[in-house]
Design a protein around this ligand. Sequence first.
Ligand SMILES: [Zn+2]
Length: 328
Amino acid sequence: MQEVYISRRAALAGAGALIAAATLNLPGLGLPAQAQGQSPNQAPGFYRYKVGDITVTAINDGFGKRPLEGFVRNAELADVKKAMAQAFLPQDALNITFTTLVLQHGDKLTLIDTGNGDSGAPTSGTWMANFRAAGFEPKNVSTVVFSHFHGDHINGFRLKNGTAVFPNAEVMVPAAEWAYWMDDARMSAAPEGMKGAFAGVRRVFSPIAKDVKQFEAGKEILPGLTAIAAPGHTPGHTVFALASGSGKMMIMSDTTNHPALFVRNPDWSAVFDMDGPQAAATRRKLLDMVSTDRMQVAFYHAPFPAVGFIAKDGNGFEMVPVQWSTAI
Ligand SMILES: [Zn+2]
């Protein structure tokens, strides 16, 4: 005991000296760049894993900060703060992260959603650097599949100056989503606050409208990739079952926003859910299914690398992240 006590005391003294040195900014201690006023970079935000023969690469597009007040439509702010505290997250704002997927199947490269491009929050837009860091080139993308038409999913397809980012890609969109957002009468009838979203969809898709391939839910749209209708978040919001050999994964898109809030409390609706009750019903159904089947899941707005499993927990669920692995 005595020995332990002494060594711990010595260690504490050592730590104290280091803290003192850091406070004084003494030279020669190899302090991180941050201490010298420079912004440090994170490791590139990509993460690879296999689903059967398909290599999936999660690509991070940074985050957007959202005040917590008013974020959940049908819950008291105090309850939302409590859920944040339970997840050891801040009480004032939520960092909403963005993670798209790249599927490699043979020599085909398929993207599921494209991130914010240069149209998002200043803390977003890291997608291209991460995509390149993972060894990919935009010109080699063969297919882009969209889950729905919110800006954080489609704006990466076209820069603000109009440049198409994936010049050789076939574009596939949910037919129900296209029907809703490209309907001119619906756009004119939309409330003022919604008009920007309609205009954003047209900005991205109008130049290629005649080439866009619309798909119906319930069909295998690419080898191993089946579209499943998941309406509520948007009218044509779609999730995808990915299957290859014995590998299976549900690409959950925006079935929930941050899992700490909406996987835990599936009946809560984020302000982005266009039809709250329908989104909640879809969410419960899908979460119940993937938890019962112990199916791997990927979530667009879950903490990076945004892949894990769903466990039942009381009246809600919990997302259990996969263990980071060097083995792909
Ligand atoms: Zn989203």
